[in-house]
Design a binder for this molecule. Structure first.
Ligand SMILES: Nc1ncnc2c1ncn2[C@@H]1O[C@H](COP(=O)(O)OP(=O)(O)OP(=O)(O)O)[C@@H](O)[C@H]1O
Length: 461
């Protein structure tokens, strides 16, 4: 091996009772690694490991006590793995006993070298070991960073509020279902909190320490579904420039949340069913199935039974995903929650926008009870945020909530109990209010632009 000018930044410890060997090793290795420590007495290992963290330990198998059996080396290997599980251990043996080397690898050694060693071989083995140690450290750093990010992300989902009897039922279903591995189907209109239920199920499950992977099926284009869910191999299709892991594999050991499951195209429904039944997936362009262990949570605002009748959704798939069903009622049917949530968001946005003493006026309260909230909690949240920003008074008046207000004034919504009519008039009112600006109207209604467009198309608005 050519000698490099820059030393690899790694801490090596060499333990052997032969002082000549230690001197030779130190002279050779100091040119290549930033720190090289040598020790003749293995009894010192606990002290050295308590004081320092080594990337690699080069450990002799045969200390004088029991020179040829290698057992003493195995005992010290055990000790090192207990005291410093992440340190890479390379064993040295003068006897070339492969069985012993295999026993050492089984006990956690990464590799072994034969004595007397060839300098090139020893350097290659130790360089690979040091690199392995560094990448292991990077992986564990990334894992802890990921854990922190997930915890922070999760925080915003932990305020899952409700005092209505309907929500109490939901909380109790979550508690019962979470600890099982049963597949859960969450039903409810847009903005009712389906994602919050999915996250709560994961948080309260035995998989809580693993990943929660969220796939919004409403935003994936038809030709990308399969690769998105199952991954693909390089070259599987024109844009597949490298192997890509799908969401199923990313969720391995954790929970996979498929939002808007009703949007899954029929041919893929069969593939999803197979994946659930066989607990394995096959990436696009591969013929090697990959085992996956996931807890499946699905959600939809569509009527899947109707879709089954119209042969748009496979009945066998529905029965697979709905072992437990959780129904989230719309906000208009949870009067008790409207004010709880309104106060919650009022406090939240007052803090955010540095305002104080804001409250809902009596008429506004009346309006909130009458209004149908087609965009549910998301709509209420946006309405309050907007009012907190725009209002010039501390008493928030109906005029501070233009959509609810203009819908009420048009009287269109209260003349009917037909939900479609209510939805149509609310959409019309918001589009009118924002002079046809779909993005603004969608935000105010608590819908995505795509779902607003879908509704406009449906009602020919
Ligand atoms: N009970 C609740 N307590 C607190 N916040 C809630 C509650 N329900 C919904 N929200 C908030 O409302 C917004 C919409 O919730 P979420 O995304 O879970 O709804 P969804 O039913 O999944 O909507 P969609 O069908 O459009 O995906 C989020 O900001 C969420 O934090």
């Amino acid at each position: 091996m050519a000698q490099s000018n820059s030393k690899q930044s790694a801490k090596l410890l060499i333990v052997d009772d032969d002082t000549d060997l230690l001197t030779a090793a130190r002279i050779l290795l100091k040119k290549h690694f930033s720190t090289v420590v040598t020790e003749t007495d293995p009894e010192q290992l606990p002290v050295l490991l308590a004081r320092d963290t080594f990337d690699v330990i080069l450990l002799d198998m045969n200390f004088t006590l029991d020179a040829a059996s290698g057992h003493e080396g195995l005992l010290w290997l055990d000790k090192v793995k207990k005291l410093s599980p992440k340190t890479i251990v390379i064993m040295m043996t003068a006897y070339g006993d492969t069985e012993l080397a295999i026993a050492a690898m089984k006990k956690g050694a990464t590799d072994f070298v034969l004595k007397p060693w060839q300098n090139d071989k020893l350097l290659a083995t130790l360089t690979a070991a040091a690199q392995l140690s560094i990448s292991n450290q990077e992986v564990s750093k990334l894992r802890s960073r990921q854990k922190i990010i997930t915890q922070q992300q999760d925080k915003q989902f932990q305020d899952f509020l409700g005092q209505s009897s309907a929500m109490e039922k939901v909380f109790s279903s979550i508690e019962k279902a979470a600890v099982t591995d049963a597949n859960v189907l969450i039903l409810g209109e847009s903005g009712t909190g389906k994602e919050l239920v999915a996250r709560a199920l994961h948080r309260q499950s035995n998989r809580a320490g693993q990943s929660f992977i969220n796939v919004d099926m409403g935003t994936i284009s038809d030709n990308l579904f399969e690769s998105e869910l199952f991954g693909h191999k390089k070259g599987a299709f024109t844009d597949a420039r490298q192997d890509r892991m799908g969401r199923f594999e990313a969720a391995d050991k954790g929970s996979l949340f498929l939002d808007e499951i009703g949007n899954l195209p029929t041919p893929l429904q069969g593939k999803l069913l197979t994946a659930i039944q066989q607990k394995s997936i096959t990436p696009v362009g591969s013929n090697q199935p990959v085992q996956v262990d996931i807890r499946l949570i699905c959600a939809t605002n569509a009527n899947l039974l109707e879709q089954v009748e119209q042969q748009l959704f496979r009945q066998d798939l529905l029965y697979r995903i709905n072992t437990v069903e959780i129904n989230l009622p719309p906000l208009r049917q949870r009067e008790d929650d409207i004010f709880l949530l309104a106060e919650h968001y009022l406090n939240h946005y007052q803090r955010k926008y540095k305002k104080t003493n804001l409250s809902l006026d009596k008429e506004t309260r009346y309006l909130f009870k009458q209004y149908q909230w087609p965009g549910n909690v998301r709509e209420l949240q946006h309405a309050i945020e907007r009012a907190v920003i725009m209002s010039e008074s501390t008493h928030l008046r109906p005029e501070d909530f233009p959509i609810c207000h203009s819908t009420a004034k048009n009287k269109t919504n209260f003349d009917t109990f037909n939900l479609e009519q209510i939805e149509i008039s609310t959409i019309k009112a918001s589009l009118e209010h924002y002079q046809g600006n779909v993005s603004h109207a969608a935000k105010a209604l608590g819908l995505t632009r795509t779902s607003l467009y879908r509704r406009m198309e449906k009602y020919a608005l």
